[in-house]
Design a protein. Structure first.
Ligand SMILES: Nc1ncnc2c1ncn2[C@@H]1O[C@H](COP(=O)(O)OP(=O)(O)OP(=O)(O)O)[C@@H](O)[C@H]1O
Length: 347
């Protein structure tokens, strides 16, 4: 794994800037696109917005373009088109100034296999021209402690488990205070306890004022710590916003069971009531219809049909009601619906 720490970039004194009122983004992209030489469009016109102070869950199935997007943010991959601003500064032009304020954990070989974890961190630290070399050891040990790796600090990197390697990558990103942390699948290779620790770490860092962009193909792993989410599917950003946008997508469906010969009449009733996405499943004895209920909350002054209205309307239309339920999709189902594939499916 590589840690991009802004190392080597001599930090020019920040010029006096008049911050515009809109200067509140940790990450902002416009039309970010990457077409590889193979012709594959891995990232397709992505407009990311990560507000300052957010924990932004960057979610999507394997192969949906998260890593390529992150690499473009950090200047590791050149975009085919589009713009990137980090901490309200244009990239890559302001990289020398901005990248020291950005810690990153992205995949790729970077650590020396025959050096210990601590010695590897010392190398990363030494490459950062903006820090005091005399306090290197303290920084390394504090970072190792933070990720629970102090006890294994003197072990060689090649003897580390995948989880330990991942922790060392995190430690490298934490060698100095950051305004923005970009973590690509930080829980890869970690056991459930390690995953919980990463979540706690992310929460602590955010509380201390660091904006965190964290990617995952596993919704449940990071959903709990996010204040914002962005969902990728096939190179496109399908949904973005405060975490509540996910809940809003959890449209409940009403499930109606009736006799097969009344299926068409029941369908007409549901459509007349204004329900959408009506699906029918004829059966020999019992036919089933499902339809989307309007999402709550309903705007003031309007009344959206609820399950009781559905029942009443069916009875009025003489449709025998053999059963009526309301089904709420899980967040996982919302994702599958959004991305059009299982959350673990590679392209
Ligand atoms: N260097 C490359 N050349 C050609 N295609 C690439 C290259 N890197 C990535 N891709 C393709 O671009 C698509 C997006 O890959 P990317 O790694 O960005 O997805 P991801 O969402 O990060 O997936 P994962 O969770 O598996 O890392 C994939 O289809 C991948 O095969």
């Amino acid at each position: 794994m590589t840690t991009t720490t802004g190392a080597g970039a001599a930090q020019a004194p920040a010029p006096a800037r008049v911050e515009s009122p809109a200067a509140t983004s940790a990450v902002r992209t416009q039309g970010l696109t990457k077409r590889f030489r193979t012709g594959q469009v891995a990232v397709d016109g992505v407009d990311l917005h990560v507000p300052r102070g957010a924990v932004y869950g960057f979610l999507g199935p394997n192969g949906s373009g998260k890593t390529t997007t992150i690499r473009m943010l950090l200047g590791l991959v050149r975009p085919t088109a589009g713009q990137v601003h980090l901490l309200d500064e244009p990239m890559p032009a302001a990289g020398g100034r901005v990248l020291p304020r950005v810690g990153a954990l992205v995949e790729g070989p970077a650590f020396q296999p025959y050096l210990s974890g601590r010695a590897n961190l010392a190398r990363v630290d030494a490459a950062d021209a903006t820090v005091d070399p005399r306090t290197s050891r303290r920084r390394a040990d504090e970072a190792l402690e933070r990720v629970g790796l102090l006890a294994a600090a003197d072990k060689r990197y090649r003897q580390y488990s995948l989880g330990m390697k991942q922790r060392l990558g995190l430690a490298a990103a934490l060698l100095r205070p950051r305004d923005l942390l970009v973590l690509d699948e930080p829980t890869n290779g970690l056991d459930p306890q390690g995953t919980r620790e990463v979540r706690t770490l992310v929460r602590d860092l955010a509380e201390a004022g660091t904006t965190v962009l964290v990617s995952s193909h596993l919704l449940a792993e990071i959903e709990q710590v996010c204040t914002h989410v962005g969902i990728m599917g096939r190179g496109r950003l399908l949904l973005q916003g405060p975490r509540a946008v996910l809940a809003e997508r959890r449209t409940a469906r009403v499930v109606v069971r009736t006799r097969p010969e009344h299926l068409d009449a029941a369908r007409t009733v549901l459509v007349r009531l204004g329900l959408v996405d009506v699906r029918t499943e004829p059966g020999a004895q019992v036919a089933e219809l499902t339809a989307a209920l309007p999402p709550a909350p309903v705007p003031a002054g309007t009344s959206a049909p609820g399950p009781q209205d559905v029942a009443a309307a069916l009875v009025r239309a003489d449709v025998p009601l053999l059963g009526l339920d309301v089904r709420h999709p899980s967040l996982e189902e919302v994702f599958v619906e959004l991305t059009g594939e299982g959350f673990d499916v590679a392209r």
